[in-house]
Design a binder for this molecule. Structure first.
Ligand code: CNA
Length: 250
């Protein structure tokens, strides 16, 4: 992959808005959805689901939350750590080159990697709500049960669901606020996403009208023709090249 062009573009940018997806975390061991070894190919069989999508379907969760929690327990077991690329973004933010990271991911690796200005379009595991009484619960109240792959319950007996956004649920208010008031950017940098999950990806596509854009992704996306510079390749290689070029150690 020819990263010279990417290096030139990033060198000359100091208000980069980044949009990330599952591909930034695959090097940590968490599979993506649609890639070669993606979850959609495996979860249906592993967790005995009608389809891959049902893992994150709110109606299915309300009917049977066990597959979701078995899956979550398995992911926790991998003990994923931020990748070189997560750390690269945190470093660029610290240097003032990045103004915001927008992620579709729910793995918490951007925060763990040090990013501060972050919009998590698909919510977070850090808090949850009871599906019966609606009360809010802190992660400490249900984390241990979740790590064991079991279903956590509220004191009222209802099932607790982490505040990750399932198919059939609204995105967080911050997403819509940003939609109305997008940041001033001099580059839209898209990393590791198929841009196929809406409405989150619509925000990235909307941002494309506001600034030059660059995508680094392993596979082609349906939207590459709308992006100014398209690079197909591995994000860890991208991060290593940037590390060398910008002369820091991640
Ligand atoms: P996706 O549709 O699975 O697309 C991922 C993209 O990343 C694919 O186009 C791959 O080619 C590309 N990719 C995978 N690995 C690499 C790599 N090492 N280097 C470069 N490119 C790579 O996932 P999206 O993020 O586009 O879809 C959004 C969904 C996925 C959101 O709802 C997420 O919540 C959901 N998801 C999140 C995680 C996570 O939090 N880590 C994991 C799996 C799915």
């Amino acid at each position: 992959m020819d990263l010279n062009r990417a290096t030139e573009i990033i060198k000359n940018s100091d208000r980069i808005t980044v949009f990330t997806g599952a591909g930034i975390s695959t090097a940590s061991g968490i599979p993506d959805f649609r890639g070669e070894n993606g979850l959609y190919r495996t979860v249906q069989k592993t967790y005995n689901l009608p389809s891959g999508e049902t893992l994150f379907d709110i109606d299915y969760f309300d009917w049977d939350p066990r597959p979701f929690y078995r899956f979550t327990g398995d992911m926790y077991g991998l003990d994923p750590q931020p990748t070189r690329c997560h750390r690269l973004l945190a470093r660029w933010e610290e240097e003032g080159r990045i103004n915001l990271v927008i992620t579709q991911n729910i793995d918490g690796l951007h925060q763990k990697g040090g990013t501060k200005h972050l919009l998590e379009c698909h919510g977070t595991y850090d808090r949850g709500h009871c599906r019966a009484c609606g009360c809010e619960c802190g992660l400490d109240e249900y984390e241990a049960t979740m790590i064991r792959g079991e279903v956590p319950h509220c004191s009222c007996g209802g099932v607790i669901k982490p505040d990750v956004v399932f198919f059939g649920e609204n995105l967080p208010d911050e997403f819509y606020r940003l939609w109305e008031n997008p940041p001033e950017s001099d580059l839209i940098l898209i990393l590791g996403t198929s841009l196929n999950v809406h409405p989150a990806s619509d925000l990235a596509l909307k941002l494309l009208n506001r600034a030059p854009s660059l995508i680094v992704n392993r596979d082609a996306t349906d939207f590459d023709r709308f992006i100014d510079t398209v690079i197909h390749g591995e994000l860890e290689e991208f991060a290593r090249t940037m590390e060398e070029y910008f002369r820091f150690t991640l």
